[in-house]
Design a protein around this ligand. Sequence first.
Ligand SMILES: Cc1cc2nc3c(=O)[nH]c(=O)nc-3n(C[C@H](O)[C@H](O)[C@H](O)COP(=O)(O)O)c2cc1C
Length: 222
Amino acid sequence: MSAAKVYVVYYSTYGHVAKLAHAMVRGARRVRNVDVKLYRVQETLSDDILKLMKAPPADKSVPAIDPMELADADGILLGVPTRFGMVPAQTKALMDATGRLWVNNTLRDKLIGTFYSTNSQHGGQESTILSMLPYVVHLGMQFVPLGYAHPALNEGKEIVGGSPYGAGTVAAAEGERPSQTELDVAESQGEHFAQQTLIRMLGRQAFEQQQQQQQQQQQQQQ
Ligand SMILES: Cc1cc2nc3c(=O)[nH]c(=O)nc-3n(C[C@H](O)[C@H](O)[C@H](O)COP(=O)(O)O)c2cc1C
C-alpha cells in the first residue's frame, strides 16, 4: 500500500512559524503510512530589506518548495506569520505561481490545513487564515480546521496562540514562544491532519474499487 503524502510548507522571518512547522512534522510522523516532508517558502524580500528588519538567515537545511511540487502532495499544511492581519506576500507569491495547477484542477480535492503566528494577541490570529481562504476555494482544496480539538484552545489563564482555524503562537507574549502548550497544539494538529489525509486516500481507493466492481457486475449481467 502506498503512503499518503503530507507536505508541511512554511514561511517564517524570525523562526516562530518554523518551530510550529517542526512540531507539525513531529505530530504527523506519529501516523503510520504517511510520508511527511518539510519545505519552506522562498523569500521574496531583498537582502537589504531583510537586514533592516533584523531577520536571521533562513534555515537553508529545509528545501525551498517549487510551486509545481505541491501537485505531489495529498495534504498540505501551510504555515504563515501575519502581515497586517493577512497572509504574507511570500506565501501569496507561492500561491500566485500555481496558475498551471489551478487551470488543470491539480490541487482540487487535496486537503489543506493552516497554522500561523502573530506578534500580538489580537493582531490577526483568525483574520490571517480568513485571508487565505480565497486560495483554498479557488483551487478547490478542502480545508481541514483544527476545531476545538485541543483543551488549550479553551484556556483562559494562559495566553495561548491558535484557534479553531489552526495552531498558532503569540510571538511577543512573555516567555519563550512558541510556548510548550502552543507546540503541543501544533503536534496534535499535525497528527490529526496526517490521519485525515490517510483516511481520505484510503477512502478514495475503496471508492474506486467499489465503482469498478459494480461496473464489472453490471457488464457480466448484460
Ligand atoms: C510588515 C509586517 C507587518 C506585520 N503585521 C502584523 C500584524 O498585523 N499583527 C501582528 O500581530 N503582528 C504583525 N507583524 C509581526 C509578525 O506577524 C511576527 O513577527 C511574526 O508572526 C513572527 O513569526 P516568524 O517568527 O515566523 O516570522 C508584522 C510584521 C511585519 C514585518
